[in-house]
Structure formats: C-alpha cells, structure tokens
Design a binder for this molecule. Sequence first.
Ligand code: NAD
Ligand code: DAU
Length: 379
Amino acid sequence: MSKRTIMITGGSGFIGSHVVRLFVKKYPEYRILNVDKLTYAGNLANLKDIGNSPNYMFVRADICDYERIKGIMEGNCVDGIIHLAAESHVDRSILDPFTFARTNVMGTLSLLQSAKEVWGSRPEGFEGKMFYHISTDEVYGALAMTRPEGVEPPFRTKASSGTHHLAYGEDFFRESTRYSPHSPYSASKASSDHFVRSFHDTYGLPAIVTNCSNNYGPYQFPEKLIPLFINNIRHRKPLPVYGKGENVRDWLYVEDHAKAIDLIFHNGRPGDTYNIGGFNEWKNIDIVRTLIRTVDRQLGRREGEDDGLITYVKDRAGHDLRYAIDSTKLQKELGWEPALQFEEGIDRTVRWYLENQEWLDSVTSGDYMKYYDEMYGNR
Ligand code: NAD
Ligand code: DAU
C-alpha cells in the first residue's frame, strides 16, 4: 500500500483521540496528521501514549482559517480527511450559537474548499482522495415514544443481525429520515452535512457523511452526562437530571465508533451516508441509576448508597425526547457491529474515570490549557 497522509481534524478531542490512536497503531504505513485548535475540549494529554509515534504529527490550527488549512494540506500532501473538529455540546450551543455556526458550518466549508482547491490542482485530481465528515444523529430531530398495541415500552425488536434489543418506540432514524434539527448545535451540524453533500454533488468531491448516536468512554469532557455524573458521584455532588430524566439516548462505546470510522473510510461508497448506532436505548434516569450502582460498587460503597444525589432540575430548552439509530445499512453492507455490551462498556468507563482522577481534575480546573499558547502560539 502506498504511503498515505490522513488529516484528522479535532484529533485531540474525545472521539478524535480514539480515531487517531486507532489509525496510528493500526496503520504504521500512514502518516496521521492531527489538526486541532485545542479549544477547552482539546487536550494533548488525550494522546500522551502515542504522541511520540513516528507516523504521528500534530499541528495546532483553526479549521476556519482557510489559507492556513490549504497550506497544511499542500505542505503535507494530505490525501484523506477525517473531519471531527467541532463545537459539540448542546448546552453551550444554547448559550452561544455564533461559535457553533462559525466552527461547525464555516470551519467545515473552509475544509471542503481547501480539499477541492488543493486536490483539484493535482494531476490525478480527486482520484484516491476521501473527505469523511463525522456528524450526529441529532440532525434528524426527535423520535416519539410509541409502542405496539398492548405492550409497555421498552419492548423488544429485532436488529438486522438477528439479536434482540430494547426500544422505546417503533420508529428509528434511517439514512432517509428527513432532517429536523432543534438545537443550535444540531442545526449547525445539519448545515455542515448539507455543505459536504453539495461539494460531492456539485464538484464531484469524494465525500462520505456518517451520523452517529451518543458516544461514551474514556477521555470525554466532563460536561457531558456520563463523565460529569461519574465525577459527581465520586465526590458526592448533586446529579442534575434535566426534566424527569425520561429522555432516551442510544449509546455506543467510543472505540466501536472509531472502528466503524476506519471501516467506512476505507470501504464506504463516496457520496453515501451511513448511520452508526448501538441499538442500545436508555432513559437518562436509568443510566444515572446504573452509574450510581457501578461507582458505588467500584469504590466499595453500598450499591445505591448515592441515589440521594439525584436532583431533578429545569429541563434543557428544546430537549429532544428520543434518539434511536437504525444502523442496518452499515451492518449489511460493510459488516460492522458494535463489539461491546453496554454493561461491560459502562463498567470499563467508570473504572477508567475513577483511575484517572488526575486527568479529570486537570480538565475540570483548566490546567491542561495553560501552556498551549506558549507552546504553539495562540491560533
Ligand atoms: P469534543 O468536543 O470532545 O472535541 C472537539 C475537538 O475539536 C476538540 O479537540 C477541539 O479542540 C477541536 N476543535 C474545536 N473547534 C475547532 C476549530 N475551530 N479548529 C480546529 N479544531 C477545533 O467532540 P467529540 O464529542 O469528540 O465529537 C467529535 C465529532 O463527532 C463532532 O463533530 C461531533 O459533532 C461528532 N459526534 C459526537 C458524538 C458524541 O457523542 N460525542 C456523537 C456523534 C457525533
Ligand atoms: O446524539 C449524539 C450527540 O450526543 C452528539 O452529537 C453530541 O455532540 C453529544 O454531546 C451528545 O449530545 P447529548 O445532548 O445527547 O449529550 P449530553 O451528554 O449532553 O446529554 C445526554 C442526555 O442527558 C441528554 O438527554 C441531556 C441529559 N443531561 C445532560 C447533562 C449534561 C442531564 O440530564 N443532565 C446533565 O447535566
């Protein structure tokens, strides 16, 4: 196989760090170039274990800086892009929608235009190139909690693989589902998805979009439900459950997402969309109770001892009721399946956060950001 240079944007964030790690380890013949602005969500410590690998490079840059991105692509002969850089937290988007439009929409457009210009000016054109855009299931809006006659949710349905799983409704997000974003975050991701598809349809840029459900696992910034609550349970702080805790999310272990990205990057059809999800629906309140039991058990406390930390707070504005992904297409066409059962994934995740308190303390205090401007300049 020829030497390839793959630019991974947002590689110092939660999912990006798992994708970078997988590619650096699995493909020593590739050069992996992590381009990240290192916002509050980007942390070099997330890649400490592979930071010195000979096939790994890091550049601090803002994806919105079109000239700089073009220069980076030209200078490094980039021939594949896996684009994860984004503002990713729904609550922040409600407070500051402009930042989300800038990074998620204009940043994606800047990358697309760079790829079109740089690759288009090479003799081989778009041959052998790939622009892979990582998106979210939130662009589809919200699903209802419905059920077959006489059956109480959650009920069992059958996944394409033949395994049974629990579901809180009969409907799922499919690749053909109409976009209906509700938060400024999902609206910005929807807009970026449309731009990616427009570059494929208009200019012939080889591009793929995937829409994934909620990820969990190590290195997730503790503003998101699972790491925030694990940390709070440990320190016996209140657990702010939005509304009644009845909202449903479909959870996928982050390494399973990274494996799907690898498979699709190498084997997906340009111009196509693939949905990625765990067939693993949970109500928030049930996740919270599971987290309490797991943290209590791992810390040697009595299981359920910390149930009293649950505190119902005002609901998130525009809070989507239910997400559930149908990933049949990916399973049938490319043979992907989530490898990890949720109970094992949660156990592993809780253990990781409890064993990496230093990482949690550093990201909650902001200490990890102190030296970035000195080291890389303020970009
Ligand atoms: P994250 O917030 O943990 O990381 C985002 C990364 O992008 C950080 O390293 C940050 O420094 C970088 N970044 C932000 N703005 C940038 C800019 N202007 N230029 C360069 N780098 C910038 O996000 P995540 O949870 O890892 O999500 C990664 C991608 O996956 C996002 O596109 C998100 O929409 C998508 N996604 C996330 C989930 C999930 O559950 N976390 C699920 C589906 C899809
Ligand atoms: O579905 C994919 C999306 O999943 C990604 O695109 C987003 O980047 C990612 O952040 C995630 O969005 P959510 O809003 O679903 O994740 P979050 O962890 O913020 O919240 C999960 C659920 O828990 C949601 O219903 C809101 C609720 N919640 C969250 C927090 C932070 C609470 O009840 N209390 C909280 O403090």
